[in-house]
Ligand binder design. Structure first.
Ligand code: NAP
Length: 410
């Protein structure tokens, strides 16, 4: 069996694809044959040693948390899944090991995969979706009818938060890069602003401010939040916990979900209202360079980097065969609702429809109208990152020029 592991904390050069012997599942453990694993920023942070107080100094250490796969073997006392079941899961923070052919996890870390999700879509969900859900519900205490602002609305956590907040009956605005305004618009966001927007235009507009990037100035968040509202930061740091302990709207989240939270996520995905787009799928054999590019942020934007232990040729073949339609935003009355979400006070008024990004949006619409449609099988069709949330793209394109073209095409 192969997996990506490292023998010391450090940069991309410490990663190795090596043989390993998966342990037999102990009491309460589940051994899963990985079909797809998704890369998260925390995988990089952990490998760099940022959590070594928790993850320790025993090497080699495995990499990767979120995965989808098939249960191979279960240990004593496992009741929720059995061999052959298709599951979604997240490996423990310390054990990790999803960038592999096999991963060993606790039973509480896996749930059944809905049939309507592809392996890649399923693997993309666990950490971002659960973080978004906990940020909105446990820290943001979001209620139906309230308004949410998501800073970094098109990242994996941000996009999950947008979709879940809409599902909870909230109105959602957010920030994104100028080149991604059309995509934010398609997702149903309003208002849409760029990262360096003027917060004073949205004073006291939002019940919940969720900063997924750690880049939203606290003064801006405080300007925008309503009295009694919540500002949720998901970039924990010791000083932030001190600040969060003080009276006021500021909260810090460290996602630590229970099984019920995970089940909620899966239900939302099953109902078709929660998807994280896939930017790129790479085979395990060539995942290390892709991870390095992800880390330098020169990799594809607008979706997840997925690693699959399946051979490269089958990735390409399946990609060409897939034709699932993209997830389109639904009208509020058509959105499935989470059970038990309380109704909150309605917003004081409609959120401003015009935003600092409106000019850019119009310009992009004009440019799109002039651009000929992409050729089937060409770069745009293959990327699927912005055009479709579920098309399985081909293997990692090479070189920064490809990414620039991909970005221009978004
Ligand atoms: N506390 C927890 O338990 C927890 C759990 C999961 C994740 N996290 C953290 O949450 C963060 C987001 O994770 P993710 O998976 O969503 O990452 P991601 O997919 O890379 O998304 C990050 C988003 O932030 C955007 N961004 C960049 N600069 C920004 C700025 N100045 N203002 C606003 N947004 C900006 C990016 O836009 P571009 O793509 O256009 O650059 C991107 O959309 C990571 O740092 C991760 O470690 C915390």
């Amino acid at each position: 069996m192969k997996r990506i592991q490292y023998h010391e904390y450090g940069g991309p050069d410490v990663m190795r694809l090596e043989e390993f012997q998966p342990a037999r599942p102990g009491k309460g453990d589940v051994l899963v044959r990985v079909k797809a694993a998704a890369v998260n920023p925390m995988d990089i942070g952990i490998r760099r040693g940022r959590l070594k107080m928790v993850t320790g100094r025993t090497f080699p250490r495995a990499l990767g948390h979120d995965f989808a796969g098939i249960v191979e073997e279960v240990g004593d006392g496992v009741t929720q899944v059995r061999p052959g079941d298709e599951v979604i899961g997240a490996a423990g923070l310390k054990a990790a090991g999803a960038f592999a052919e096999m991963v060993l996890v606790e039973e509480k870390s896996v749930v059944r995969k809905p049939k309507n999700l592809s392996w890649d879509e399923a693997a993309a969900l666990p950490t971002p979706a659960i973080t978004a859900y906990l940020a909105l519900t446990k820290k943001g205490r979001l209620k139906a009818g309230q308004s949410v602002f998501v800073a970094g609305a098109l990242g994996a956590v941000g996009r999950s938060a947008v979709q879940l907040a809409m599902m909870m009956g909230a109105s959602v605005g957010g920030s994104c890069r100028a080149t991604a305004v059309q995509e934010a618009h398609d997702l149903g966001l309003s208002p849409i602003v760029e990262f360096d927007f003027d917060a004073s235009r949205y004073a006291r507009r939002f019940d919940v401010i969720l900063d997924t990037s750690g880049q939203l100035p606290l003064t801006s968040a405080k300007t925008m939040v309503k009295r009694g509202g919540h500002i949720v930061d998901i970039q924990p740091a010791p000083a932030k916990f001190v600040r969060a302990a003080l009276p006021g709207p500021y909260e810090v989240l460290v996602a630590n979900p229970d099984r019920a939270d995970v089940e909620q996520m899966v239900r939302a995905a099953e109902q078709g209202v929660l998807r994280i787009p896939i930017a790129c799928v790479v085979p395990l054999d060539s995942a290390i360079p892709a991870l390095a590019e992800f880390e330098r942020r020169t990799g594809p934007k607008g979706g997840k980097l997925i690693i699959t232990p399946e051979p490269a040729r089958s990735v390409g073949l399946r990609s060409a065969a897939r034709s699932d339609p993209p997830i389109a935003p639904r009208a509020p009355e058509q959105r499935p609702r989470f059970p038990g979400v309380e109704r909150g006070q309605t917003d004081r008024g409609p959120v401003p429809q015009r935003s600092v990004a409106t000019v850019q949006l119009r310009r992009q619409q004009r440019e799109r109208a002039r651009t000929p449609p992409p050729t089937p099988g060409g770069l745009d069709a293959a990327s699927g990152a912005h055009a479709s949330s579920s098309a399985r793209p081909t293997t990692m394109p090479s070189g920064p020029r490809t990414y620039a073209s991909r970005k221009m095409s978004s």
